[in-house]
Write a protein of this length. Structure first.
Length: 324
């Protein structure tokens, strides 16, 4: 298995001792018999068979990823979890979570998206908004029409255009036009706020108020991890061998996220809009929650900051059901 960030002194010492043991075994079982053993076919065949056996064992170990059964199953699964996790279906990729070069016309047209007589909630933002959809679907769809309008690297900023994202302005203007047309009861804004000039969300809030939207909620940043949460859990296991993987942890989390959370909370307070803080919901004095069960699919975050379905449902279950 890979540990991602180098070897500890104990790991290095173990590798040296293993190398010495293998060298001694090769000397005793291969070199000495060849040099001093009786002449004849056995002098060559026996050591050769031993070398072939060692080679096959090494090949089998390589194919098995280093004899992974010596690790708990969740540790084995986490080793490549972030590369195997499929977020396409939970986020509705290609229909309501679009690529960065899309336009508002690329969202799927579904006549059943809005059922007359039911309140409507619009979820607007980038992938950090799309990751909330599984939770909103589970806990809000019984009462609300959930209208998802999300796109990669496209925070919900009206009039904002990024150098690498030329379609951002047009897409968000189209979403704002849709909101004005359907006039939802709630609009939820979410994004990976740290990658944007997040203070400019004030322009979006004012634009929403300008078209008569009363209930606006900003969902703040989720905890961000150095590298990824699976990587940090593997590092923790390596430094605490034999201990269960922690259900809460602070080491490996980026402290800068807390500053963004506090800044957004202050801005929303000044503007008088609701603010929900995943950063605080997922934390206590022991750190941020990392997993909700014993399977790899029960960890909260599958990469550096994106929630699994389990993480999304856990978080949104703690959101208020009704606007203030």
């Amino acid at each position: 298995m890979r540990w991602h960030d180098g070897d500890t002194p104990a790991y290095g010492l173990g590798a040296v001792l293993l190398s010495l043991a293998l060298a001694w075994g090769t000397y005793r079982l291969v070199e000495i018999p060849i040099r001093r053993g009786p002449r004849g076919p056995a002098r060559v065949l026996v050591p050769s068979a031993a070398m072939v056996a060692v080679g096959l064992l090494a090949w089998a170990s390589y194919r098995a990823g280093g004899i992974p059964d010596r690790f708990p199953k969740i540790v084995q699964d986490l080793d490549r979890f972030e590369f195997k996790y499929d977020n396409g279906a939970p986020w509705r990729q290609g229909t309501y979570f679009l690529s960065s070069d899309s336009t508002g016309r690329d969202f799927k047209v579904d006549p059943d998206e809005i059922v007359p007589g039911r309140p409507t909630l619009v979820l607007w933002g980038d992938s950090h908004a799309a990751q909330l959809y599984p939770g909103y679907r589970r806990y809000f769809s019984g009462r609300y029409n959930i209208v998802q309008r999300t796109a990669i690297n496209t925070g919900p900023f009206v009039g904002m255009e990024r150098a690498y994202q030329p379609a951002m302005r047009g897409l968000n203007d189209s979403i704002l036009e849709t909101i004005g047309r359907i006039h939802p009861d709630q609009v939820v804004l979410a994004a990976d706020w740290q990658q944007y000039d997040w203070q400019t969300i004030e322009g979006t809030i004012l634009a929403l108020r300008g078209i008569g939207i009363v209930h606006i909620t900003v969902v703040g940043p989720v905890p961000h991890w150095k590298g990824s949460l699976p990587q940090q859990l593997l590092i923790h296991y390596r430094t605490h061998p034999g201990d269960p993987l922690p259900t809460r942890m602070r080491e490996g989390a980026l402290e800068s996220t807390g500053g963004v959370d506090r800044g957004l909370a202050g801005l929303c307070g000044r503007l008088g809009v609701a603010y929900l803080s995943p950063y605080r919901i997922l934390a206590d004095r022991d750190g941020f929650i990392t997993r909700l069960g014993d399977g790899a699919d029960r960890i909260v975050t599958w990469d550096s900051s994106h929630l699994t379905v389990a993480g999304s449902e856990y978080l949104v279950a703690r959101f208020p059901r009704d606007p203030d």
